[in-house]
Write a protein that binds this ligand. Structure first.
Ligand code: MF3
Ligand code: CO
Ligand code: CO
Length: 271
């Protein structure tokens, strides 16, 4: 017999979709195009570029490839990508702001190809960046790798959050709690919430055929964030630097498939 707790857990985990080979094919195409879009942007992220110009480049690239920008008109969002520099944690809105030498910026893109969503983000150094910024980016990417290493059938979603949190905090950085990864597929933001903190052995069971994102946000200072009056831009409360990276993944029989790997090997920035 199930306890009420276990019963609730079972109901929650059964709401997470699993997909077959056609789903994997669809996600490979969508994930690849999203990654190619970020690859395309790389040489354009230089001192002086306007975040709006990067947004336009992304929009044209996506439309030219017969895909749709998932964020455009999503809950009233009016741009193709999110660009989040320095102490902006996520959902920075492209505009007239010019990127400056020494900035670090996350660019997050989601495309829809044949109904499937490919969602990925990376960090971009703008010109030369300082040692603290480099270290934060390194910690964020290592956190992602440690989260990914937990993904296999039979593991639990809490294992991912635990691996990320224990590493990030051991590096004297903090994990943002207010935003999480998510299931995706034909739906942009689906169940489950993929937390980037938590306890080993907790949460729903990970099963073959599940599709979701891992997208840790890591701060050099405290974990608290606030959303600005535009209703989107999330910033660190203590103004400390923040970094993020995101992959869309599928669970295979023995591990994980990255749908958003960079064809040019540019997912992880080099300094
Ligand atoms: N791509 C973001 C994510 O990782 C969502 C952005 S929603 C937007 O889930 F409307 F802000 F673009
Ligand atoms: Co996402
Ligand atoms: Co995203």
């Amino acid at each position: 017999m199930l306890t009420i707790e276990a019963d609730a857990e079972l109901i929650r985990s059964e709401r997470i979709k699993t997909h077959g080979p056609e789903g994997f094919e669809g996600m490979r195409k969508a994930g690849r195009l999203a990654a190619e879009c970020l690859d395309m942007l790389t040489p354009h992220v230089v001192p002086g570029v306007l975040t709006d110009d990067l947004d336009k480049l992304a929009r044209e690239f996506i439309l030219d490839h017969g895909a749709l920008p998932a964020c455009l008109f999503y809950r009233g969002y009016a741009k193709t990508v999110c660009i989040s520099p320095n102490h902006v944690v996520c959902h920075g809105i492209p505009g007239e702001r010019a990127l400056r030498e020494g900035d670090i910026a996350n660019i997050d893109v989601t495309v829809i190809v044949d109904g499937w969503h490919g969602d990925t983000s990376r960090m971009y150094p703008v010109g030369e960046i300082n040692a603290r910024a480099k270290r934060l980016i390194e910690v964020t990417y290592e956190a992602m790798d440690r989260g990914l290493a937990q993904v296999r059938p039979g593991a639990r979603f809490g294992d991912i959050g635990w691996a990320i949190q224990q590493y990030v905090e051991a590096q004297r950085c903090s994990v943002v709690r207010d935003f999480c990864g998510h299931g995706l597929g034909k739906v942009f933001h689906d169940s489950p919430n993929v937390l980037h903190f938590g306890q080993k052995g907790t949460g729903p069971e990970i099963k073959a055929g599940m599709f979701f994102t891992i997208e840790p946000m890591v701060n050099l200072g405290k974990s608290q964030v606030k959303v600005l009056n535009d209703g989107w831009t999330a910033v660190t409360r203590d103004k400390s630097l923040s970094a993020q990276c995101e992959h869309s993944v599928g669970v295979t029989e023995n591990g994980v498939e990255l749908f958003t790997a960079s064809p040019k090997g540019l997912f992880r920035p080099t300094f």
